[in-house]
Design a protein around this ligand. Structure first.
Ligand code: ADP
Length: 286
């Protein structure tokens, strides 16, 4: 059984003209890294909000259909229960810092303190998290003195320390430079290695291709493609929905169209190098 099953999900904000999510059906397996892609306004953030229970709970509006989480109808779970099962990381790392804690260590411990967890256990869990995410060196710093990438990694650690099964991460690198982006993806990779189920919204399609197992492409609130990352991101059909495919795939498709013997549409750098090597060997033989 899939960890998350979405059935006939539609949603309308109180002020939107019609449905912004339209009869969505999909499932996500436990431990899967699923990216939601699509152009601006296609419904990605709204879908993340639905998966976290923010719609309709906070935004009100009309939700129809079902989201089944680990066999349980999500509408039957309280916001507190949901928060324990699904962690949500926002686009802007600045708004996630509580502003009341002097060090990164205290900041990451804050959520557990609120739950009344025993101080010794908090210390052990936070220390383990720092070690696992390789951010011990940030422990004693002022959260506000961190770079954008470091703030976002601390935000990820604060969510992860609560031990949710699922992480919904909405454009975590939109405000970061390339180094910050790389750091955040390293952290997300470690989260996948921990066995977490990850649902990511991200525009940087090369990174999406490198890390994702599964892709859902939205256009105007509808799912237009849903499948393994390789299958979706090597398809020219994605372009028809104003969404990019990796530059490696574009290059392979262009070479193929020009008549070269391309036997694979690569979506990652490593795959692309393989394709190039094969072309060069074949060309040399001819
Ligand atoms: P994306 O994340 O793909 O850019 P969104 O989920 O933010 O898309 O938006 C999907 C649609 O919902 C858009 O048409 C947007 O204008 C509308 N929308 C988003 N937030 C609200 C809101 N709070 N109230 C009304 N309409 C909204």
């Amino acid at each position: 059984m899939a960890l998350i099953e979405v059935k006939n999900l539609s949603y309308k904000y109180p002020t939107s003209k019609g449905d912004v999510l339209k009869n969505l059906n999909f499932s996500i397996e436990k431990g899967e890294f699923c990216s939601i892609i699509g152009c601006n306004g296609s419904g990605k953030t709204t879908l993340c909000s639905a998966l976290r229970g923010f719609v309709p709970n906070f935004y009100k509006g009309e939700l129809n259909g079902e989201i089944i989480l680990d066999g349980q109808d999500m509408s039957e779970l309280s916001m507190g229960e949901l928060a324990m099962k699904i962690g949500y990381v926002f686009q802007n790392p600045f708004i996630q810092i509580s502003g009341i804690k002097g060090t990164v260590f205290e900041e990451v411990a804050y959520g557990l303190e609120n739950l009344g967890v025993d101080p010794e256990e908090i210390k052990a869990r936070v220390e383990k998290m720092f070690e696992f995410l390789q951010i011990e060196y940030l422990k004693d710093k002022d959260p506000f003195a961190l770079s954008g990438g470091q703030k976002q990694r601390v935000a990820l650690a604060s969510i992860l320390v609560m031990e949710p099964d699922v992480l919904v991460i909405d454009e975590p690198t939109s405000q970061l430079d390339p180094i910050g982006t790389e750091e955040v993806f390293q952290t997300i990779k470690l989260m996948k290695e921990m066995g977490k189920t990850i649902i990511l919204v991200e525009h940087k399609i090369e990174l999406v291709a490198e890390y994702s197992d599964h892709i859902i492409l939205l256009d105007d609130g509808e799912i237009v493609m849903d499948g393994p990352a390789k299958e979706v991101l090597s398809s020219e059909n994605v372009l028809e929905h104003n969404t990019a495919i990796p530059q490696f795939a574009q290059l392979c498709l262009a070479l193929k169209n020009s008549g070269l013997p391309v036997d694979d549409v690569a979506i990652t750098e490593d795959e692309c190098i393989n394709v190039m090597e094969k072309i060069l060997t074949k060309e040399a033989v001819l």
